[in-house]
Write a protein that binds this ligand. Structure first.
Ligand SMILES: CCCCCCCCCCCCC/C=C/C(=O)SCCNC(=O)CCNC(=O)[C@H](O)C(C)(C)COP(=O)(O)OP(=O)(O)OC[C@H]1O[C@@H](n2cnc3c(N)ncnc32)[C@H](O)[C@@H]1OP(=O)(O)O
Length: 281
């Protein structure tokens, strides 16, 4: 039975949080009325694999929060073991071509929206964050991870070429030499390693504490003029955003060509089967 203590805590929390009216199905958006901070929770069980629909909902949520002039955006997951497993490999294996085009376009849209978001952004990484999961987290300005998680851009291990935005994200967070080596090796880091190299800013013992740390980070901007803050952020990220725009069409075509290759399909099939077998054994 629920103790009266936890019930009153829940009621208190409910009184300051509101769910956005247009909250979509695969992302839940909650705005804390006291702090003005919006939390976006990825909610595509079991592992928040990024398919067309999740990417669509995530994009909509980011834009909605930005337009509603929230004080900041925190990204987290409803799954307590996995932040996001990255792109849904089923979308790339034997794909429907139009859908594959849509998938990549939506991934690009999400990256643009999150990396270029005018608001302070933070990720409460409450589970594993390989590949696209790491991409989302490193698009944010601040990251807190939980113990015993794994995070990194492992695309190369699947035979996939990390797109240009993976490079931008890593170069924005890590020293150049560390970023390059991590990408060409497709390194996945443990919580301790990620903290040590600076891939994450902090470690928290629970999701609640991670969310608290993210809120504290966003609160550091309370006295800062929001426009001056966002324009300064854009000065740092603007060149990446511009280069991305100039290469976006080429990268889309490269992606479609890449996944159309028979060897790529064979490799993806083997990788997917390997993930499934793990659960059968
Ligand atoms: C010259 C320029 C060129 C530029 C363009 C070229 C582009 C080339 C393409 C580049 C693409 C890059 C961008 C991003 C890529 C990606 O994100 S690829 C995805 C990579 N992801 C992974 O490798 C993660 C694999 N998964 C895991 O490591 C684990 O599942 C987990 C996330 C750590 C969770 O572990 P656990 O909780 O133990 O769950 P599992 O039992 O392993 O998984 C549950 C079920 O989910 C299935 N699954 C796991 N990951 C995926 C996934 N990514 N997609 C689809 N399905 C996945 C898994 O098989 C299980 O299924 P069932 O057994 O059927 O339950």
């Amino acid at each position: 039975m629920m103790s009266s203590m936890s019930l009153s805590r829940m009621l208190r929390a409910a009184s300051v949080c509101r769910t956005m009216s247009t909250a979509t199905k695969l992302t839940a958006v909650e705005v804390n009325d006291k702090t003005g901070i919006a939390t976006v929770t990825l909610s595509r069980p079991p592992i928040n694999a990024l398919n067309v629909e999740l990417l669509h909902d995530l994009y909509q949520s980011i834009k909605e929060i930005e337009n509603n002039k929230s004080r900041g955006l925190i990204l987290t997951s409803s799954n307590d073991k996995v932040f996001s497993a990255g792109l849904d490999i089923n979308e790339m294996y034997r794909p429907d071509k139009d859908r594959a085009r849509l998938l990549w376009t939506k991934l690009q849209d999400v990256w643009l929206a999150l990396y270029g978001c005018a608001l302070p952004t933070a990720a409460a990484i409450n589970g594993h964050a390989p590949a696209g999961g790491c991409l989302l987290a490193t698009s944010c300005e601040y990251r807190v991870i939980l113990p015993q998680c794994r995070i990194g851009l492992n695309e190369i291990q699947l035979g996939l070429v990390p797109p240009i935005f993976c490079m931008f994200n890593f170069l924005n967070v890590l020293p150049r030499r560390v970023a390059e080596r991590a990408l060409v090796q497709g390194r996945i880091f443990t919580t301790e390693q990620a903290l040590q190299i600076g891939l994450v800013d902090d470690v928290a013992s629970s999701k609640e504490k991670a969310l608290e740390k993210c809120s504290q980070f966003i609160a550091t901007f309370a006295q800062t003029n929001p426009l001056a803050r966002s324009l300064t952020k854009l000065k740092f990220r603007g060149a990446d955003l511009q280069r991305f725009e100039s290469e976006r069409t080429n990268e889309l075509e490269s992606f479609l060509e890449f996944i159309d290759h028979p060897q790529m399909q064979e490799d993806l099939g083997i990788y997917l089967e390997g993930l499934k077998k793990k659960n059968r054994n």
